[in-house]
Every structure is written in structure tokens, then in C-alpha cells.
Design a protein around this ligand. Structure first.
Ligand SMILES: Cc1ncc(COP(=O)(O)O)c(C=O)c1O
Length: 482
């Protein structure tokens, strides 16, 4: 007896010929997948199809492992040519969103959360660390004590309600008055990283081009990878992001730009007023959303020149209070362009909905306090002095570093794999440069946090200079960094 596979149908053309053809009817599950995809696609070009599917993968409507329809099935469903779907499949493969496994078909890829994630490589220290210059954190001794503010909270804090406004009105008032430009919307989230994570989810679809400084902050690179973005590395010079590189990003279709306006981590570079104007003129030419990460805020010791002062409708400015008032507050204010902020707020309503109003109340009390304001200003000056002291000492050893602000310096070394263990053998922990690079480069660096450096500076500079040389020759002067 002739056994037929279940997925084939028997066509009897005439009494003599029997023809087997593959079943053209998709299974119920595949029909659901096709419906999900067709509903998500408003632009039936190859790019539009890839974006639509990318968005479905991002929000897990198409989870990892989902089998995708064949090119012909989707082309029929969307009423486009198979070549268009074939091109969309190619885009999705290029962005490592799908895999095609020969005759088995195409599948949504698993996004790797493995050890290659850069953030977990920072700081890379070993041995017994007595002097930790690797962690990028503020000096606990320079943070204001919140106890007095806690004690002076007026009345009974509103801890009983799900229904109050997400931002405490008095905090909103203080923040709006301090904002570098008039924000269309303003909210409070749980620190700059929470804000950027949510803003990236709200503004970046798989395959989107996102400009970001290289070197830059490792968790941001990771977030962009996980969002499926195509990250565009943008070099810095002494005044901020290089205009030519930003112009190139705009020309290539960049849709989001992430900027650290001052005290750039890891280099300490701050954007000047003229660079702000130059970049704003370039960015105004395209519908680009700019996410501005003012992570060191009030202790940057640098004037803030925000792109939002020139092109406010394109900018979401994030101001963190972690470095000035304490990372444990987990509070950042987020203000600027209404649409991305509203999208974040709408999505967050399904989860935590707001940032503890008790914490907001303590922060508002601290921001109103003149003595605390003075102590934060004093902390900013202290950080600036500590950084400048080490930079000055390094200069006496022939080591020049870029940037003038913030808690970190970015030191060129001949070989970071040698420099880090050399320092750790002396009890000094630093972070190696590699995770701070978007694109691995031949040049080597270490990142040194100067926030708590109030003694032994000469000795530490000697150790850093030895490690920079690594016994392998003279360190490159600033390498790929300008
Ligand atoms: C560039 C950058 N963004 C964000 C953050 C973290 O900010 P927050 O503590 O507000 O999440 C840091 C902390 O060092 C940083 O360097």
C-alpha cells in the first residue's frame, strides 16, 4: 500500500497518473503566525516587513524558536512579490534576528544573554584589591546624609495609594524649574539606566541604526544589542562627538542618537556650546530622537550644554541623581520630547507604574535644602580636584589623557591584558578598556575611577605609568581617542 506523509495531498489527475504535491495549506499555528505578522506590517516593502517582524521579535509576540512562514506563504498573505519577502528575510538574517535552516525553514533566533555581554566584564580586577579604582562609583563620604531630610518630611507621606500622580507635584515643580530647556513632558524613573533601557525599548526597533560614542558605557552597548539595534560607533574629540561622524550617521539613516553631554564615561569629555550648536544643526535635518544621558549631573563640575536647548522637540534629557545624592535613590528625572516619554509611561503603567513617592519626597526635601546644595557643590569641586591631581601626576610621566570632568579617566596603555594584572599585583583595581569599546580596536586603554582618590596619588601615578608601559614599550599617546 502506498503510504503518504501527512503533509502531502493526493492529486488524481486522471485514472493513470498519481501526483504528490506538498500541502499548500499552512497549519493552524502557522496561520496564526502569518496573521500576527500581517497585522504588524503597515509598510509592505522589504524594509517595512523586516521592521514589522523585528518589532514582533522585540516584544516577544514572536518568541525565540518560532517557525516563520515560507517566503511564498508570506508573499501571498501580504500580496507582495516573493523577492520582497526574500529581501526582508535577508535583512533579518543580517541583523541576526532569524536563522534559515535549509529545508526546515526560517526561525526566530535566541538572543544571547551569555558571558559576551559587556557589562559583566567591568570591572575586571584580580588579586587582593586595596585601592579600588575600577568601579566608577561616587565616594560614599561625599554623598549627603538623607537622614535629616527623612526626619523633616512634613506630615504623613502618602504610601497607601496606587492612584496618586506618578511624579510628586513639588518634585516636578523643582525639576521643571531646573530643566535646561522647556520639556514637553517630564517624569521620574529609577535611575539613568532604567530611563535609557525604557527609552531604548520605546524608540528602537530591531535593525534601527543608533549612534553612540565609542568608547562609551558598556551597559548601553548591551542594551542596544539586546534591542537588535545596529549601533553606529561615533568617535569623540576634545569638544564632544565628532560632527563628521554624526553627519555620516544621519546620512546612513540613524534614527536614535545617545549622547553623554558632560563628564563622558569613560573619557571625561564634555560637550562645548559651539559643538552643541554644530551637532544640533546636523541633527535637525532628520527625524532623529536624541537620548541625552546626564549621568553625573550636579557633580560633573562642567557646564551643561544640552542639545535640547536648540532642538527641544527631538531631545529626551535624562538627569540622574545617583552621583550627587546617592545611587540607592535610584532616581533620574526624564524630560523633553513628549512622545517617547509618554510611550515609556504607558508601558510602565503595566509594571511598577511609578518611582516610590517616598523616595521622591526625600529627594525633593534634599533639593530644597541649602546646606545639602552646598555639600553637593563641594563634592563636585572635590571630584574635579582629585581627577585633576591624578591627571597632573600622570602628565609628569608623559601620559596625556583626554577630558576634564567627572569621576573617570581613560588611560592609553600598551597592553591592557598586561596592565590590569600588573596593577592588581600592587593592590590597585582598574577596569580594562575592552568592554568600553563598541568596536574592538587595536588600541588599549584602562579606565581609572578617581572619585575616592584622596591619598597616595604620586605612588598610584607611578604604578599606572609602569602598567601603561607594561614593559612592552612606550604607551600610545591617546591611541584611537582624540
Ligand atoms: C554613562 C552612564 N550612564 C548611566 C549611569 C548610571 O546612572 P544611574 O545610577 O542613574 O542608573 C552611569 C553610571 O556610572 C554612567 O556612567
Amino acid at each position: 500500500m502506498l503510504r503518504l506523509p501527512t503533509h502531502t495531498r493526493l492529486f488524481v489527475n486522471d485514472l493513470h497518473k498519481v501526483r504528490l504535491v506538498p500541502d499548500k495549506l499552512p497549519s493552524t499555528r502557522m496561520t496564526m503566525t502569518i496573521n500576527t505578522i500581517t497585522r504588524a506590517i503597515s509598510d509592505p516593502s522589504a524594509d517595512g516587513i523586516a521592521r514589522g517582524i523585528g518589532a514582533l521579535v522585540t516584544d516577544e509576540s514572536l518568541p525565540a524558536g518560532t517557525r516563520l512562514p515560507t517566503v511564498r506563504e508570506l508573499a501571498d498573505a501580504l500580496d507582495v512579490s516573493p523577492t520582497t519577502v526574500g529581501d526582508a528575510w535577508q535583512i533579518l538574517r543580517r541583523h541576526r534576528i532569524i536563522d534559515t535552516e535549509g529545508r526546515r525553514g526560517s526561525f526566530v533566533r535566541e538572543i544571547s544573554m551569555g558571558p559576551s555581554v559587556r557589562y559583566w566584564q567591568v570591572p575586571a580586577t584580580g588579586g587582593a584589591i586595596e585601592i579600588d579604582l575600577g568601579s566608577g562609583v561616587p565616594d560614599a563620604r561625599l554623598l549627603p546624609n538623607p537622614l535629616k531630610s527623612l526626619q523633616s518630611l512634613a506630615g504623613t507621606p502618602a504610601v497607601a495609594s496606587y492612584l496618586e500622580a506618578p511624579v510628586l507635584p513639588e518634585l516636578e515643580d523643582i525639576l521643571t524649574r531646573r530643566w535646561p530647556f522647556e520639556p514637553e513632558r517630564l517624569t521620574v524613573l529609577n535611575g539613568a539606566m532604567d530611563a535609557l533601557d525604557r527609552l531604548i525599548q520605546a524608540t528602537v526597533n530591531i535593525g534601527d541604526k543608533v549612534g553612540i560614542s565609542d568608547p562609551g558605557f558598556p551597559p548601553l552597548f548591551d542594551m542596544l544589542d539586546l534591542a537588535g539595534a545596529e549601533s553606529i560607533p561615533l568617535p569623540l574629540d576634545a569638544e564632544g562627538l565628532e560632527p563628521n561622524a554624526v553627519e555620516g550617521g544621519v546620512a546612513s539613516g540613524m534614527s536614535v542618537l545617545i549622547v553623554q553631554p558632560r563628564a563622558h564615561n569613560p573619557t571625561g569629555i564634555s560637550m562645548t556650546a559651539s559643538r552643541r550648536d554644530e551637532l544640533a544643526a546636523i541633527l535637525a535635518k532628520a527625524p532623529i530622537t536624541i537620548l541625552e544621558d546626564d549621568h553625573s549631573g550636579l557633580v560633573s563640575n562642567a557646564e551643561l550644554f544640552s542639545l535640547g536647548e536648540v532642538i527641544p522637540s527631538q531631545v529626551v534629557h535624562v538627569h540622574s541623581f545617583s552621583k550627587s545624592h546617592g545611587p540607592d535613590f535610584r532616581i533620574a528625572a526624564v524630560g523633553g520630547a513628549a512622545e517617547p516619554i509618554s510611550a515609556v509611561e504607558r508601558r510602565r503603567m503595566l509594571g511598577p507604574s511609578w518611582t516610590s513617592r517616598l523616595l521622591q519626597e526625600i529627594l525633593a526635601t534634599m533639593l530644597r535644602s541649602k546646606p545639602i546644595e552646598a555639600s553637593v557643590e563641594q563634592a563636585a569641586r572635590t571630584y574635579a580636584r582629585r581627577r585633576a591631581d591624578l591627571v597632573g601626576e600622570l602628565a609628569t610621566h608623559g601620559i596625556e589623557v583626554a577630558g576634564e570632568h567627572g569621576l573617570n579617566i581613560w588611560i592609553p596603555v600598551s597592553d591592557e591584558a598586561t596592565a590590569v594584572p600588573m596593577l592588581s599585583a600592587h593592590g590597585i583595581g582598574v577596569a580594562r578598556g575592552r568592554p568600553f569599546r563598541l568596536i574592538p580596536a587595536d588600541t588599549h586603554f584602562i579606565r581609572v575611577t578617581t572619585s575616592a582618590l584622596d591619598s597616595n596619588i604620586q605612588e598610584i601615578a607611578i604604578r599606572l605609568a609602569e602598567a601603561a608601559e607594561g614593559g612592552l614599550g612606550v604607551p600610545e599617546q591617546n591611541g584611537g581617542q582624540r
